[in-house]
Design a protein around this ligand. Structure first.
Ligand code: SAH
Length: 246
């Protein structure tokens, strides 16, 4: 069974969009995943097909109506995870992406304007509120595209070499090491000597130390979690990342 993606959106023409190209596009054409975009407005019941209204308590913008959203969600619900795109959500992680990619598919709910009537989440507690990160988009569609892209590249057979999916940033709890390619010298800069040594153990050790260096300086949050994971459950581990840290 192909991975089934359903997107609830006011802009269905944005899908598959960029996911119709390249790796994801090829996989779509080969039937390895499917992409259904559902118009939220089709679930409005009044003559004007209203999907939004002014915020209770006042303030700028418009809020998407709970009844319309609930009808849209209920119409496609079949046991797949349902994710609502919102900057108020839990930041999506590679771990969650892996779980979703291993399942039968996903339903992605895209907001617009000021977002969703909160009662949607009270009445439909299975909806996961997820964020792409601490940025504010104008709509949930780019977040849905990003999450779908991350799932699709993990589907069996979609990426050429299976191992190229396992050494990436985050998969080990660290950022990936820096990469280089030919030419050996460019604008007076050379590729680190160790990468030309052919000594695989030395290369692996260098890459590990670069991953640790960059994670520590760029992502103290990841670094702390990585250190904790190595210190606590690793019974009898003598060398930990935290040891090197001090
Ligand atoms: N007023 C809201 C922002 C609304 S932005 C707030 O401050 O929380 C409009 C829509 O864009 C949201 O409903 C959501 O679907 C989407 N969106 C914006 N930023 C996002 C993010 N970081 N992650 C996921 N979706 C986002």
């Amino acid at each position: 069974m192909p991975f089934a993606a359903t997107v609830l959106t006011l802009y269905p023409q944005m899908f598959p969009g960029p996911l119709g190209e390249s790796l994801a596009g090829r996989a779509l054409a080969q039937g390895e995943w499917s992409c259904e975009a559902v118009q939220i407005r089709d679930f409005a019941t009044d003559r004007h097909r209203t999907v939004d209204d002014t915020p209770a308590g006042g303030g700028a913008g418009m809020v998407l109506k709970a009844d319309v959203l609930a009808r849209a969600v209920d119409s496609v619900r079949d046991g797949r995870p349902v994710l609502a795109m919102t900057p108020r959500g839990t930041p999506i992680t590679q771990t969650r992406i892996r779980q979703i990619a291993a399942g039968s598919g996903v339903v992605l709910l895209c907001g617009r304007f000021e977002g969703f009537d909160e009662r949607l989440f009270e009445a439909r507690p299975f909806i996961e509120q997820v964020s792409l990160g601490d940025i504010v988009l104008s709509g949930g569609e780019p977040a849905a595209l990003a999450i779908l892209d991350a799932c699709i590249r993990l589907l069996p057979g979609v990426m050429g070499a299976p191992e190229s999916g396992t050494e990436e940033s985050f998969e080990s709890g660290l950022l990936e090491y820096p990469q280089y390619t030919r030419p050996q010298e460019w604008e007076g800069r050379t590729i680190p000597e160790v990468l030309r040594s052919g000594d695989h153990a030395k290369i692996a050790a260098w890459r590990q130390s670069m991953s640790e260096r960059d994670t520590r300086s760029r992502r103290p949050d990841l670094w702390e979690r990585y250190c904790d994971a190595r210190v606590r459950p690793a019974s009898g581990a003598r060398h930990t990342a935290r040891d090197q840290d001090q």
